[in-house]
Design a protein around this ligand. Sequence first.
Ligand code: UD1
Ligand code: UDP
Length: 368
Amino acid sequence: MKKIMVSFGTRPEAIKMCPLVKELQQLKDVNLYVCVSGQHKEMLQSVLDIFGVSPDLNLNVMTEGQGLQELSERVLDGMSNVLKKEKPDLILVHGDTTTSYASALAAFYLNIPIGHVEAGLRTYNMKSPYPEEFNRVSIDLMSDLCFAPTEVAKENLVREGKAKECIFVTGNTIIDALNVTLSAESTIDFEDRIKGRKIILMTSHRRENIGEPMEQMLKAVNRIAEENPEYVFVYPVHKNPIVRKTAYQELKNGNIVLTEPLDVVHFHKLMSRSEFILTDSGGLQEEGPAMGKPVLVMRDTTERPEVIDAGCAKLVGNSYDSVYNGVNELINNRDLYKEMSTKAFPFGKGGSSQKITKICHEYLVRER
Ligand code: UD1
Ligand code: UDP
């Protein structure tokens, strides 16, 4: 029997790969092996629990405040050993993380075919997002199957010389995840602090924003919270210790609720109740438009230009003034708010996991 290995390690990869794992589990003539790197710990486990996915192996690589080189080494080493032992006929990796890059590299050195889910996204700036742009480009170079979420992503790959037969436009599996989470039950344990108020849901964690940019972004948020008491900011703070220190140091206003990371059901439910989203995340740019929630992106670049073109998201940069002005504009300009609140589905309306599963199955049959 042919074998597919699925590898992931962080929260966003897990959210987008679990629906695919569920679909791959339906294949009767394929063995599935799920290996998680454990690049994230609690934030990964929470997603696995919600989707009911039990990995065959967890490499448990996470250390506090891990650096890119040590993390890459541990994943490369761990994945090489698993791949040598399990000898899959295809490995599936996701997006742009260190886990995905090092897993793909391990497979490439062992001549194991690679399928890249969420291929072809680009900013064409190696420093933003850093190191994710490099990771994604490199994984695409090594991949035999590229699952591009949109035509824009496909065109990027074609322009770079990827053979058209390797590229499949599938939409994004995040929509499959949303279809699960938004129909689940949940109650928020800080409900008394947000009930009846206009919610601005925010997150921030990008490596290139850590330090001075993040301090300035958060100072701007503090001032906006002070000047607009009818709004409440909810900020589930990423587990990264440097991000936590900055967030708890800078954000003192009573109109800001700082919480632990929320599980993905709570997070998506809260998102659907929010006025808008303020973030430097990648995934939130995909989720906001599908829920009709405007997204202000605290970055200068995005690898998801589809959401800007659809008018659902805006790049507000990462300086004090640009964040302050960008948020105020959305609070005060009701026409802009209305325009940005129109639902849009540049990443499809679901069914991506099924499409990817079918293509992988056909590939394995062809290679038999
Ligand atoms: C990683 C990804 C990034 C993605 C993000 C999602 C890379 C290079 N970056 O960045 O693309 O957007 O995940 O959140 O792969 N930590 C915990 N518990 C957890 C998770 C993290 O304590 O469950 C702490 C650890 O101290 C860890 C630190 O956060 O060392 C940073 O985690 P890491 O995965 O290295 O970087 P992220 O910024 O999360
Ligand atoms: N998310 C979550 N709980 C939180 C914050 C985010 O479940 O407290 C989800 C969010 O819905 C999205 C994903 O995590 O699907 C985004 O992860 P993150 O912002 O860490 O990474 P990125 O998308 O930037 O790679």
